[in-house]
Design a binder for this molecule. Structure first.
Ligand code: FES
Length: 86
């Protein structure tokens, strides 16, 4: 099975819109999934500027899936969904 790649946006928009709370994913994910899931920070993913007014930051990408208005729970749910599909 391919590793799942999680990219937590650390760009300014995402960070101020709640991305700061997502930093705990860097501890949680390795504890919960070991080396099945790789988590990294990413500079602006380019998603916040698509529609600034209705921006749904913070954004996290789980492989190709975009999680908007991301919370720790939403990101873990997306990882579980993708692991279940493999
Ligand atoms: S700052 Fe996160 S997508 Fe732009």
């Amino acid at each position: 099975m391919e590793k799942i790649s999680v990219k937590v946006c650390t760009g300014t928009t995402c960070f101020v819109m709640g991305g700061a709370n997502l930093q705990e994913l860097h501890d949680l994910i390795p504890r919960k999934y070991g080396d099945k899931v790789e988590v990294s920070g990413s500079p602006c993913l380019g998603l916040c500027s698509i529609n600034w007014e209705y921006s749904k930051a913070p954004y996290v990408k789980v492989n190709e899936a975009v999680v908007n208005e991301a919370t720790v729970e939403k990101v873990l749910a997306e990882i579980d969904k993708q692991i279940g599909n493999n």
